[in-house]
Ligand binder design. Structure first.
Ligand code: MLT
Ligand code: MN
Ligand code: ZN
Length: 310
């Protein structure tokens, strides 16, 4: 069995975001408003049930996420962590900053593409991950990797990495280059397979469009966690929170003929869950018509602490 735990279901900034007073952030702060629940930033954790967990992205809220989820907490000897590894899908702040919470001399493995590893290598603050204890391993597009436990034995999870349309991290954008200098290895998705049962899920927390090859890859999947950043492309503008569109940030929008819900309509994905949801997205309110619409369309809105077993 493959256990999946949603540690953080919000996009960068979380819900509420520190400097945001939009309707949803305000409602999330209001303890009496139970229809908008606070959310931490984008991350999942996976396990085969052997007491070891791999994080899919490490969010700046990782400390809270560990404290909220007993299975990730230290529980034997004086120093111990069930976190055996971290797999990164891009170098965005909301996906890598949590690595800094994992400092101290604790062994684990960080998997990322060579592009993302080069970002970590270029930022010396990540040297707090002592190379004596923290191994940095590369995943290459199209080359499956077998996750191993602390003793180096395969745990029965295979991960395939594939590029998806996206954008280089905000702080690395080159304003003069095509698509800000983005390369295929900047934004990847993961297909995580239980090798004993063949059951799998795809994790796509950031995606700018749905080309035919991506649609083919997702078609018929038992479970997909997908980019739920914005409801409409100009949402930051219409909510008065910013000027960037979803597409400028490398994210599809959920609604409309060219949106994610429409793009999945014929893909026959058994279970579809939105994650990486921005605090401006009206689906975050349990009582919104947009929430009713996505659920009617067969989607679930991921939430912190959500558990799925495959
Ligand atoms: C994104 O998903 O677009 C980024 O996380 C935005 C950011 O870096 O704040
Ligand atoms: Mn993000
Ligand atoms: Zn907000």
């Amino acid at each position: 069995m493959l256990h999946v735990l949603v540690l953080g279901s919000a996009a960068g900034g979380g819900l509420p975001q520190w400097n945001c007073n939009c309707d949803l952030c305000r409602r999330a702060r209001d303890k009496n408003d139970t229809a908008v629940t606070p959310r931490t930033q984008s991350s999942l954790a996976i396990s085969k049930g052997n007491g070891e967990w791999f994080l899919l992205n490490a969010s700046p809220d990782l400390r809270k996420q560990i404290n909220d989820n007993p299975e990730l907490q230290s529980s034997s000897g004086r120093r111990h962590s069930p976190i055996t590894g971290v797999l990164l899908t891009n170098a965005d702040v909301d996906h890598i900053a949590g690595l800094l919470n994992l400092r101290e001399s604790q062994p684990f493995v960080v998997y990322a593409t060579s592009r993302v590893h080069s970002v970590l290598a270029a930022n010396s603050v990540f040297n707090v991950l002592n190379p004596q204890f923290v191994e940095r391993k590369e995943f290459s597009l199209g080359v499956p990797i077998e996750l191993t436990d602390r003793r180096g034995n395969p745990i029965g999870i295979t991960v395939d990495t594939f590029a998806v349309p996206g954008k280089v991290a905000l702080y690395l954008e080159d304003p003069n280059a095509k698509n800000f200098g983005s390369a295929p290895e900047d934004t990847v998705a993961l297909k995580v397979t239980d090798t004993s049962t063949g059951e799998y899920f795809c994790y796509v927390p950031g995606c700018a469009s749905m080309p035919a090859d991506l649609a083919d890859r997702l078609r018929g999947a038992p479970l997909v966690f997908f980019d739920g950043t914005v409801w409409v492309d100009d949402e930051m503008k219409s909510t008065g929170t910013g000027v960037k569109t979803g597409s400028r940030m490398g994210h599809m929008h959920l609604s409309g003929e060219d949106g994610t819900i429409a793009a999945f309509a014929d893909l026959d994905v058994k279970r579809k869950i939105f994650v990486h949801i921005n605090n401006t997205n009206p689906v975050l309110a349990d009582d919104s018509r947009e929430r009713a619409f996505v659920e009617e369309a067969g989607w679930e809105i991921g939430f912190d602490g959500m558990r799925v077993t495959l």
